[in-house]
Design a protein around this ligand. Structure first.
Ligand code: ADP
Ligand code: GN1
Ligand code: MG
Length: 398
């Protein structure tokens, strides 16, 4: 089965200083070596886009689980300019053209909002058009590619290093939701239908347990029991009558670029899942990824806990930008959303482990089970602190 054929579906660093990033595969004059290995044919793909200057080098970057991302450097009038080339995973995103239309609409809307701000060009992603005027190209193998301008003097983090980073990330994601609140009709295309429909994710898990396609169910007995025992929480947000908004839906901390000098969350990235959703899906994924300093696949579970000061920083950061539009019902469910989205992610990783690792990139055997375990450990930690989390939320005025 091809990766991503069903979701039954690694932290990151942004581009580094040129000297470190592009030490490989370059002649001393900065031209790419002919012998440089380029299995993805990225050099030829880059030529399809309207990028001035000469290509100096291209290499993989980032630790996303879904797309393939490359950093390319061009010399323009003697100065290096960096671009981000991405191959869209079309096994997972079934209609990449509609997806790119979403991203064009969203980035144009955001660009207009931030245009007057100092540094406006770094505050939203900018797509680079191809020579045919479209913002994507399809290669000979039918793979979809796009190019963004690189957000400079900023980087992403796979896990928060300080409460200030958690605050800044949450503030940036809240602002992102706020700026998209008046996105003109029509409704955005659902790039992955029912992406955060937790009961359907749960059903997929039950099916994967029954099928046991990779013969791994016996390896994951405690995790299966843990998940089955919590089935009742799956539908709580869907049943709460919360408003639909334009949301990011993948707000893990490495999907926001933090400014190297000020630490500000300067630009939200990874827009493939921007579509209609609940604000709490975004806040929930922030809790999942920004309240614990351990890696998503950490094997020492004693390191996996919700650190309360990080949660407080998230709430304060998010309410500082989203507080103005959140309803009381949404606010009441902030802590619960952290538990629910962590649960949903745990069952997604477990489902993929049972199915034989068909969706998320894995770099070692058992990685999806390790990822499941961190999510479930984090849930236990949240369960122990949930009352205090709720009290904290109530005590903060937006
Ligand atoms: P994935 O969908 O695979 O997670 P992302 O769009 O999140 O892919 O990109 C992966 C990584 O590449 C990010 O975490 C970030 O470090 C880097 N990156 C992506 N877009 C940009 C950009 N426009 N400027 C700078 N770095 C970027
Ligand atoms: C994937 O693309 P990336 O790595 O930012 C996934 C998210 C998961 C996340 C878990 C389209 O995000 O939903 O929460 O992995 N994206 C998709 O780390 O499934
Ligand atoms: Mg990403």
């Amino acid at each position: 089965m091809q990766r991503g054929a069903s979701e039954t579906p690694s932290g990151s660093t942004g581009p580094q200083p040129l000297g470190r990033r592009l030490s490989l595969g370059l002649k001393t004059n900065g031209e790419p070596c002919q012998s440089m290995s380029d299995p993805n044919n990225t050099t030829a793909i880059l030529r399809l886009f309207q990028i001035p200057g000469d290509l100096a080098g291209v290499e993989p970057c980032g630790n996303g689980h879904i797309n393939d991302t490359f950093c390319a450097v061009f010399y323009e009038a003697g100065l290096p300019v960096r671009y981000i080339l991405q191959r869209i995973n079309s096994d997972i995103f079934k209609d990449p053209v509609a997806l790119m239309q979403n991203i064009e609409r969203v980035t144009s809307h955001l660009a207009a909002k931030v245009a007057a701000e100092p540094d406006g060009a770094r505050r939203s992603l900018t797509l680079v058009p191809a020579h045919d005027g479209r913002v994507w190209r399809v290669d000979a193998e039918g793979r979809f590619w796009r190019v963004y301008r690189s957000i400079e003097n900023a980087r992403s983090y796979d896990a928060p290093e300080s409460t200030e980073q958690a605050f800044q990330a949450a503030r940036a994601f809240g602002r992102f939701q706020q700026m998209l609140a008046d996105l003109p009709a029509p409704r955005l295309y659902d790039t992955i239908p029912d992406f955060h429909h937790t009961p359907k994710r749960f059903l997929a898990l039950e099916r994967a347990i029954a099928a046991d396609a990779a013969g791994r169910a016996t390896l994951a007995r405690p995790e299966i029991e843990f998940a089955l025992a919590r089935k009742s929480i799956a539908s709580v947000l869907l049943d709460a009558g919360l408003p639909e908004r334009v949301t990011h839906n993948d707000t893990k901390i490495n999907n926001v670029m933090l400014d190297n000098a000020t630490g500000e969350g300067v630009c939200v990235i990874d827009l493939d899942t921007v579509m209609p959703g609940l604000a709490l899906y975004d806040f929930g994924d922030m809790v999942r990824t920004s309240t614990c300093r351990a890696a998503e696949d950490e094997r020492d579970l004693s390191r996996v806990n919700l650190e309360f000061p990080f949660f407080e920083a998230l709430v304060r950061g998010y309410l500082s930008s989203a507080g103005a539009f959140l309803t009381p019902q949404e606010k009441q469910h902030l802590a619960f959303a952290g538990k629910l989205i962590t649960f949903e992610q745990g069952i997604r990783f477990l489902t993929d482990f049972l199915a034989g690792d068909t969706y998320y990139k894995v770099h070692r055997p058992g990685q999806n089970l390790d990822r499941t375990r961190t999510q479930f450990k984090l849930i236990q930690s949240i369960e122990m602190q949930e009352e205090a989390m709720n009290r904290l939320v109530e005590s903060i005025e937006p």
